[in-house]
Design a protein around this ligand. Structure first.
Ligand code: HEM
Length: 393
């Protein structure tokens, strides 16, 4: 099998940092990466959502109607969007959101202004509603995100904006392969930078030669509205699973063996965001803190017309203080190792013929490639963990 690098040809450089691909390495199965046109500078990956205002409550089905309408207005360059929902495993609050991708930050800004979204979201009325609203927008430059697809014909996320899919890539199937797929990783270790941590009690590591960058604090715009600043080299993973093409015993095997294990992994990561003051001090809880995960939502895709039925697709969306924290969880922690081993068991039992489609996009962002704003949202929503509990590390 001829293999190619996951890095787009126009972004390849002479490496100053070596890859960790083992010598004479042959990946265990083929996976593919999205290729983008040379003139694309960045991509907008945006969550526009609502969260229920009380614990143990669901959202009205029509909660997102204002957002649905606004997404139909303004600049037509919407790119691609998907409706999704999740329930916080601790508070049982429900989130409904549009995850949307625009072909550039500029296109997103054009839509934000021309659709009326900017004015609607800034309106004081939002703060009086019995609902939490949020925008979590990231704008990775092309060298700061990587994608992987188990099925080259199944486009999701930013790949919908790509020019084509690569052939089978070299950099996968060994620990450290995600890092090797980043164009910026050819010369930048993408280290965490020590700063005030958005999550109370979570120790942010200073790695490599970089120095402390000061103490970005959430900006409180009003008693109900907060903007959380970006953090250099923050790492965001969107890891998708699609079992819509699976039938019969393959589908049952996935749903009864692998999916529950995945749910446990996502729940583990979601539990890390609890402020230190509310945590038990058991060894297990202490250990959780070392993985640097600010929040994780395990979301189901919804059919936008019925709003109820799942499309047999899910994704984990998680914010980590750095790529190395995400790598550590994937490589070491029982919850991902169980997922990983469950996958090989599934692949063996289906003799590699199962049609489970997996994909992900991982971003490592500059501070100014992020925008997080929350209205009426409870602490623990995405990158917002509250003001009072916030501490500098
Ligand atoms: C790597 C399986 C979900 C994070 C891998 C690998 C496998 C795997 C087989 C190594 C293969 C390769 O590099 O090609 C799965 C399966 C999942 C799943 C079957 C779901 C059904 C997730 C989720 C996350 C995640 C939800 C994070 C939220 C990672 C990361 C790596 C990885 C970061 C790369 C580690 C590195 O490069 O060192 N996963 N995974 N995975 N997975 Fe998962």
């Amino acid at each position: 099998m001829t293999l190619e690098s996951a890095i787009c040809p126009h972004l390849r450089r002479d490496r100053t940092l070596p890859k960790s691909t083992p010598a004479n390495y042959v990946p265990p199965f083929p996976v593919f990466s999205a290729r983008f046109d040379e003139d694309m500078q960045d991509v907008a990956m945006v969550m526009l959502g609502a969260v229920s205002s009380e614990d143990n409550t669901t959202l009205d089905y029509d909660a997102l109607v204002p957002l649905d309408r606004l997404l139909e207005l303004g600049s037509p360059l919407h790119g691609h969007r998907t409706l999704c929902t999740s329930t916080d495993p601790q508070t049982l609050r429900q989130t409904r959101a549009w995850k949307a991708w625009w072909p550039s930050r500029r296109d997103f800004e054009d839509w934000r202004l021309s659709s009326g979204f900017a004015a609607w979201f800034a309106g004081e009325e939002r703060e009086k509603e019995d609902i939490g609203w949020f925008v979590e927008a990231i704008f990775p430059s092309m060298d700061r995100f990587e994608t992987v697809f188990s099925n080259a014909a199944s486009l999701e996320g930013a790949a919908v904006l790509s020019s084509h899919m690569s052939g089978a890539i070299e950099e996968h199937g060994y620990w450290g392969s995600a890092r090797d797929r980043f164009a910026v990783g050819q010369h930048d270790p993408m280290s965490a930078v020590r700063s005030a941590c958005p999550v109370a009690g979570l120790a942010v590591r200073a790695e490599g030669p970089q120095k402390a960058s000061g103490s970005p604090r959430p900006q409180q715009i009003s008693s109900k509205r907060v903007i959380v600043p970006g953090q250099h080299n923050l790492c965001v993973i969107h890891s998708g699973q699609d079992w819509s093409q699976m039938t019969g015993s393959d589908r049952d095997l996935y749903l009864h063996t692998l999916h529950p294990v995945l749910e446990r992994g996502m729940s583990f990561l979601a539990h890390q965001k609890v402020p230190l003051s509310q945590r038990e001090t058991s060894a297990a809880q202490k250990e959780r803190r070392t993985y640097g995960c600010y929040d994780c939502r395990f979301m189901d895709h919804l059919d936008a017309s019925s709003l109820e039925s799942s499309l047999s697709k899910s994704f984990g969306l998680a914010y980590f203080d750095s790529l190395s924290s995400l790598e550590a969880w994937a490589r070491e922690h029982k919850t991902h190792l169980d997922i990983f081993n469950g996958f090989f068991k599934y692949a063996t039992e289906t003799q590699g013929k199962g049609d489970l489609r997996l994909w992900h996009e991982i971003c490592v962002l500059k501070e100014d490639q992020q925008y997080y704003e929350y209205i009426n949202c409870p602490p623990g929503t995405g990158m917002y963990v509250g003001l009072a509990a916030r501490v500098n590390t």
